[in-house]
Structures are given as C-alpha cells and as structure tokens.
Design a protein around this ligand. Structure first.
Ligand SMILES: *Cc1c(COP(=O)(O)O)cnc(C)c1O
Length: 372
C-alpha cells in the first residue's frame, strides 16, 4: 500500500492532550469512585453538556458502557423488548442483551440509513420498553415522530449518538432529543479519549441514577442500592476529552468541507447514491457513505481497488445485526429488507479532518477510476 494511505478515520491529538495527561498524573487524582466523579470528569461533563445544550452529562468508560448504563437507568430488565435498527454497529443491540432484554430489529431507510418509523410501529408490543434510534454515520434519525410514538406508548427513547457529536436535528444537537443519549469516544469517532463514552439527559432523576450505576450503584460508598458496574471514566481520559472539545468545532468544519468536495466530485456518477442531508438536519459527517445502485456485486472489488490506490475505503456494515451469529437463535419476527440492501451496497470514503482538500479531490478521481 502507498505510504500516504488515507485511513477511513483517525484521531487527531497533539501537545495539548499530552500536557493535560501529564497534569493529571502529577495531580495524583487518577479516578474517583464517588457518583459525582473526579474533577476532570466533572469539567469534561460540564463542557460537553453546555456544548450540546443539555442539563446533565455523565462520563463513562465507553460508548457501550453508556448504552448499558442508560438501559439500566431506564429500568430495562429481563422479559422486556427494546426496538433497535437492524443496521448499526452491533453494540446497540448487544447492550440490550447485556441488560437481559430482547432486541427487536426494525428496518431502516435506504435514503438516510436511519430507523424507519413504519417498521418501528409494527414491532411495538406489550413488552416493548424502549427504542434506540441510531444517528447512523452522523445523520440524525427523524426524532420527532419517534418521540411522539414513544409518548403514545409510554416508552423510553435512548439516542445512540456514538457517531453523532455535533450533528443537529431542527436546530438542536443530537444528545438532547431523547430521554437519554449515548456517545462514544473510541479513536475512530468524532472526538476521542482513547476509549470512553458519555450519557446525556435533561432528567435529573435519570442523571442521578446514571452517576450511581457507573460506580456499582453506590451513593455514599459500600451501599449499592441498584445494580451498576464499574463504568467510570479515568481522569486521564476526561482530561483528553476536555482538550478534544476545544478541537470539536474545527473538526466538524473540516468534515463538512471534505464532504462537500466529495459530493461535488462524485455527483455526476449515476451509479452512486450519495449521502443526503435532508432540510433541517445537520450531518456531522462521521462517515461519508455511498451506495451502488447498479452492479452491486462489484462493491468489494471497488473497495479493494481504492485501498490499493491508498484510500482507506471501508464497509460499514457488511452484515445486518440480526444476521450475526450471536443473534441466530433469537426468534425473528421482523423483516429488514432495506438493512439487507444497504449491507450489500454501501461503502464509505475518508472524510475526516486529516484529509486535505487535495486528497479529497484525489479520492473522487480514484472512485471514478475504480468504477470504470
Ligand atoms: C462506536 C459505537 C458504539 C460503541 O461505542 P464504544 O465506545 O466502541 O463502546 C455504539 N453504537 C454505535 C452506533 C457506534 O458507532
């Protein structure tokens, strides 16, 4: 592979993060078991909450931990069902299993790749407790109708915003739209702390529960009242997160610029369906997703050719979650044809802030070559 290989995503950190880590080590405060967390956790949480405009943010050890903690806080338990999209990173559904409940798979739209409301409606049963819409690839799911439906049936809505830091729905940031929302700071995500996650909510009671769940359900120490786990974020990571928050607006701008360049360069290819940004929605361009509308059998070959040309094109995701081995024994009562279509025809192009304008233009040239 060429030495200038452009990966599909890559964290951007610098001297400021190094300095922040050094300061935490020098302070000697590496973590704090109490529900309110250590000083860096609190600063990162306050910064994150005020950026997106939500009352509470609770830092945890990963995006998956965020989902599990949110499900526990929502009171999801064995016997309950949680509706999730069939097309997402498996963690969304895995954490439902981890809470002892059953994921029920809704279909998606092949236009936005987000959860399809009509499909959700058909899956609501007496056991349904929650819905987890995923803002896939950084495009917000259509939340208003989901919230209306949830209200009607008394369901909790947990946004999976792991890919959607800085995305907006009708002027509001993702993470402020459901009853709770979960973010990830894994290295490929919009901002990173190495590993890490955040749960956001406007509900004080849920926030208190989440703080306790991330530290074994304790409040004053050795007094577990509810089931929790050790889902605390180390102070070193929170310090990195605080620096990354300063970089976030610049990251979002660079992603938007690159997405625009890719769209301009690829718009004349009628075999490619380019990503959409419906009116009123702001994509944060976590992944630039294209879909082959013809000759879908060529997808893997095209990705391979791009990789050989130094472009880290990738496929998110090759298998709908309910078709993964883990879910083979789960009784399936849903259909998710669009998820299957998407899994066979999408691929992603690098759009992250490390991609220069020149590289973005080159990516469009190489895609054209690979298609012919
Ligand atoms: C990354 C991701 C997660 C899990 O986050 P981790 O920090 O890797 O545990 C969950 N859902 C989606 C949609 C993700 O992309």
């Amino acid at each position: 592979m060429a030495s200038s290989f452009i990966p599909i995503n890559k964290p951007i950190m610098g001297d400021e993060e190094v300095e922040a880590v050094k300061q935490v080590i020098a302070s000697g405060i590496l973590t704090d078991w109490r529900p309110q967390g250590g000083p860096m956790n609190r600063r990162f949480e306050e910064c994150f909450a005020s950026f997106i405009g939500v009352r509470y943010a609770v830092a945890v050890s990963s995006g998956s931990a965020a989902l599990h903690a949110a499900l526990l806080a929502a009171g999801v338990k064995p016997g309950d069902e949680v509706i999730v999209p069939a097309f997402t990173f498996p963690a969304t559904a895995n954490m439902v299993l981890m809470a002892g409940a059953k994921p029920v798979f809704a279909d998606i739209s092949t236009e936005t790749y987000n959860i399809d409301l009509e499909s959700v409606k058909k899956l609501i049963s007496a056991r349904t407790k929650a819905i987890i819409p995923v803002h896939l690839y950084g495009l917000p799911a259509d939340m208003d109708p989901v919230m209306e439906l949830a209200e009607e049936h008394g369901l909790m809505v947990i946004e999976d915003a792991a890919q959607a830091h800085g995305a907006k729905y009708k002027g509001r940031y993702t993470g402020t739209l459901g009853h709770m929302a979960c973010f990830s700071f894994y290295p490929s995500k919009i901002i990173s702390t190495g590993e890490g996650g955040m749960v956001t909510t406007n509900d004080e009671e849920l926030a208190l529960k989440l703080r306790s769940i991330r530290t074994h359900g304790q409040v004053k120490g050795f007094d577990s009242k509810i089931l929790g786990h050790n889902y605390r974020m180390p102070e070193i990571e929170a310090a990195i997160g605080l620096v990354q928050m300063k970089r976030l607006p610049g990251f979002l701008e660079a992603r938007r610029r690159n997405a625009k360049l890719l769209t301009e360069g690829l718009s004349d290819l009628d075999e490619l369906k380019l990503p959409v940004e419906p009116p009123g929605l702001n994509h944060c361009w976590y992944l630039y997703t294209v879909r082959l509308t013809k000759r879908q059998y060529l997808r893997d070959l095209i990705v391979k050719r791009l990789n050989q040309a130094g472009i880290g094109a990738a496929i998110y995701y090759e298998t709908p979650v309910p078709l993964l081995p883990l879910y083979s024994r789960l009784r399936r009562r849903s259909t998710y044809l669009n998820a299957i279509v998407a899994s066979r025809s999408v691929f992603q192009l690098p759009v992250h802030p490390g991609v220069s304008e020149e590289q973005a233009l080159n990516i469009t040239k190489e895609v054209k070559k690979a298609l012919t």
